[in-house]
Ligand binder design. Sequence first.
Ligand code: CS2
Length: 442
Amino acid sequence: MRLGADTPLPASVRRPRYDRSAQAVGIVHLGIGAFHRAHQAVYTDDAMDAGDRDWGIIGVSLRSGDVAAQLNPQAGLYSVSSRSAAGTRLRIVGAVRHVLVAADDPQAVIDAIAAPTTHIVSVTVTEKGYLRRADGSLDLDAARGASSLYRFVGAALAARRAAGLPGLTLLSCDNLASNGAVLRRLMRQYLAAEYPALVDWFDATCACPATMIDRIVPATTDADRAAVEAELGARDAGAVVTEGFSQWVIEDDFAGPRPRWEAVGAELVADVAPYETAKLRMLNGAHSALAYIGLERGHDFVHQAIADPAIRPVIERLMLGEAAPTIDAAPGQDLGAYADALLDRFANPALDHRLIQIAMDGSQKIPQRWLETLTWHQARGARCPSLETAIAAWIAFLRSGHPIDDPLADRLREAAAGPDATAKLFGDGGLIASEWRPETTI
Ligand code: CS2
């Protein structure tokens, strides 16, 4: 039996208490992968459970049809398993109404964003989905392509304006520094090229709040799906597996209505920067270091790498000795306690988080995770031994013959091959745009 609206479920499994069919769609989400399903969709499901109405989500896949094939036959329902050493908690999330595949029906995506009930377009397209050139500007050729978020949002904004509808909130939920401002700048650049008459209207009516989003979500495996089926008594092709922890800090700057996410655990704040910087440089910075150093030492999973006595001190120093001093903490933000909590989360034995999953797209992740910290210390005449170890491990990974999943894969492999790899990767005119310049070959 496949999970669906009428599937009888064990009484212990939490499910939506609201009338799903009575909710309008208020959010269109671009890039409906496991992370969205385990994070923002859960907060929205909770908000509707708490009585907030009309925040159903239309998910959009910009690339493959996999998620649509998983969720649409299940009326959008799927399970979230939160795993810790203490056990697993399983719930059914009902916030997603339907998944559209952009390549199959582009007009349906535009219509969903242009619908009068839609107020928010949220985005998880990963770092590379923002289609930035090395200098940070929008790659316009790519942005005109079939799977570009800008194309859909641009066409829908034009339709909204023509119909006299209000603007939208564009909510970036990706791991980029200043994600809201980046999305605003790139969207504006796209509109200036394709819909110049829309730019002033966009500035006046749309908002792009910054967010810090955090929940570790390993790729779901067949074994995970089998475990969910055993517990649910029904097959869930869209199951996601995650940790118990979840955090969402959102800049309180919306163009129109929004769910009461703050009533269900999200933090709505005036300035996201201290949380976002800490998360990118400490959590994600440590994650990428664990990935490359851990793979080099023969590990498969994050919990194995952090248990390795040769790795753990490198990660502790990266977080506390190198990243933390660069962060202007908000009042009450305790970076020492944050690092301790991260070490516990990395050690979660119930979560098989593959290092190779984190190792992908290094060229897109490393600038905000490592290089901003390195630049800060370099400006003060100091070195970062842990981050230099991590860079050496990344270069070793690029040389190892391991398949490289990265939009710059071929150029990275070539740059890493020779003795001047650090200069080719990070030097003036190198592949990885940043202000950090290696002083020596790493
Ligand atoms: C990870 C992140 O894959 C990666 O690059 O570092 O996905 C990480 O698990 C999340 O940002 C945690 O919130």
